[in-house]
Write a protein that binds this ligand. Structure first.
Ligand code: PGA
Length: 252
């Protein structure tokens, strides 16, 4: 059985004080539930404060960065390394979010270097894949997704990859209020699982957790979670409100 994982991607929102208050409110609503792994993904500048809050409150909440560089140090102005993240208690890292691919020129090759580096450093990568509306309408979804998964996992250590997460986020569903249907999401996510099996192996494909992301809210979460291959959600907008995110975590 794969343990569901629900992650809240705060994107470039919340100052440290607001971030800490959100985590505090959230914990008040979800402490005691243990069936779902819960992760928050604050902006880099909020990570120290949130990390301290989670540690001092002994909260069972994972802490993710929204991006990282693959090297440990060097002449990479503006970047943050995996060892820096580990110093602040970061446990997970989003890699290749569509906003990074679209607005910051991230490539499948870069995503692959980051995924392998995260795995080597003991961070759980949440690798994002997804097609644009144009690609979907042209019937290219399958090609795009298979290619992103294959490139992203190229030469990844399969034993380490067992613990990683993939998020399927169709670009047309992100921040639009127009979520994919649970059946459409399931169809692509089972394709992702088959592709993991071909790229790495069947055991990894069986153990890896695959999330759906794109306009997830308290009303549609249970439909996604009832699908066989969907193991959780990557939540943007709704993760900024403690009540909504707590309802998503307590989907059952
Ligand atoms: P959304 O964002 O839930 O606001 O659609 C999801 C994401 O970008 O991870």
């Amino acid at each position: 059985m794969r343990r569901p994982i629900i992650a809240g991607n705060w994107k470039m929102n919340l100052l440290p004080g607001q971030a800490v208050a959100l985590v505090d409110d959230l914990w008040g609503m979800i402490s005691g539930q243990g069936s779902v792994e819960v992760v928050v993904c604050p902006p880099f500048m909020d990570i120290p404060a949130v990390s301290e809050m989670i540690g001092s409150g002994k909260m069972d909440i994972g802490l993710a960065a929204q991006n990282m560089h693959w090297e440990e140090s060097g002449a990479f102005t503006g970047e943050v390394s995996p060892t820096m993240l580990l110093k602040f208690g970061v446990t997970h890292v989003i890699i290749g979010h569509s906003e990074r691919r679209q607005f910051f020129g991230e490539t499948d090759q870069g995503v692959n270097r980051k995924v392998r580096s995260a795995l080597e450093h003991g961070l759980v990568p949440i690798m994002c894949v997804g097609e644009t509306l144009k690609q979907r309408e042209a019937g290219d979804t399958e090609n795009v997704i298979v290619n992103q998964v294959k490139c992203g996992l190229f030469e990844a250590d399969s034993a380490r990859a067992n613990g990683m997460v993939i998020a399927y986020e169709p670009l047309w569903a992100i921040g639009t209020g127009k979520a994919a249907t649970a059946l459409d999401a399931e169809e692509v996510i089972s394709l992702v699982r088959r592709t993991v099996s071909e790229t790495l192996n069947a055991e990894t494909a069986d153990r890896i957790r695959i999330q759906y992301g794109g306009s997830v809210n308290p009303d549609n979460i249970s439909e996604f979670m009832s699908q066989q291959d969907i193991d959780g959600a990557l939540v943007g907008g709704a993760s900024l409100k403690a009540e909504d995110f707590a309802k998503i975590v307590r989907f059952s």
